[in-house]
Write a protein that binds this ligand. Structure first.
Ligand SMILES: [Zn+2]
Length: 239
């Protein structure tokens, strides 16, 4: 560990923050049905934001969370999203250093953010993002020669499908959506078959926490499940 390590860690964290900003912006535009390519603007006065107002983390802090033109407050969600991805970018660098594993993980973080924020905002998992996770997983398998990982998906999907059917039959309510099932399948591609029990425990534990928070905060029984799936996979890889 030396100075250059910390400078790199800082740059990667900052880059992670911009992924957070990008992912939340994408999720919000999916929610509004707006174009993904329009310029960012203040939601109150609709003035386009300049480059200085688009620097992740710092813009929010320097402007004290307000628009420079009309002073209406920005949603703190941007700050949370940026901090969240900063942490996960830094964790990846701490775990894998500058390696092929890290580069693939870093690309994965874009889909990770989009899926988590979309599920939190609109309880939908964008199909293109799940497929992105799957394609990256297959790329990783072919680059690292870990072909047995494909088995994980072959095992996980039918098992979860059977559990899902059983819950639906006995409790007469839909437990997991097709989007969740697809996400579990593409996440399993990233894991060795022997890592599957940890993945299942991670999903179960985080899912319970999520259900608890959702019930306390919004009094809703249906809660976003994708964060538990993705975090379960990432934590299994890291621990
Ligand atoms: Zn404004």
């Amino acid at each position: 560990m030396n100075y250059s390590y910390f400078i790199l860690l800082f740059l990667i964290g900052f880059w992670g923050a911009s992924i957070g900003s990008f992912a939340l912006c994408t999720a919000q535009r999916l929610e509004e049905g707006a174009s993904l390519f329009k310029r960012s603007q203040c939601e109150a006065c609709e003035k386009p934001l300049g480059p200085l107002q688009l620097i992740p983390l710092f813009s929010y802090l320097f402007q004290k969370g307000k628009c420079v033109y009309c002073e209406s407050p920005f949603s703190p969600n941007y700050l949370y999203a940026e901090l969240f991805l900063t942490i996960f970018a830094m964790l990846g660098f701490w775990k894998w250093g500058l390696s092929l594993d890290f580069i693939i993980y870093f690309i994965f973080l874009h889909f990770f953010g989009i899926i988590i924020f979309s599920d939190l905002l609109i309880k939908k998992i964008p199909m293109f993002a799940s497929l992105g996770v799957g394609v990256l997983g297959l790329l990783k398998i072919s680059l690292t020669g870990t072909y047995s990982y494909v088995l994980s998906s072959v095992i996980a999907v039918p098992v979860v499908w059977v559990i899902q059917r059983a819950i639906t039959k006995f409790k007469h309510q839909k437990s997991l959506g097709e989007g969740d099932l697809l996400l579990i399948g593409v996440c399993a591609i990233w894991l060795a078959p022997k890592e599957l029990p940890y993945f299942a425990m991670g999903i179960g534990g985080l899912g319970l926490i999520m259900a608890f928070i959702w019930h306390k905060k919004f009094k809703e029984a249906r809660f976003p499940f994708a964060p538990a799936i993705l975090l379960g996979m990432v934590l299994t890889k890291m621990i």
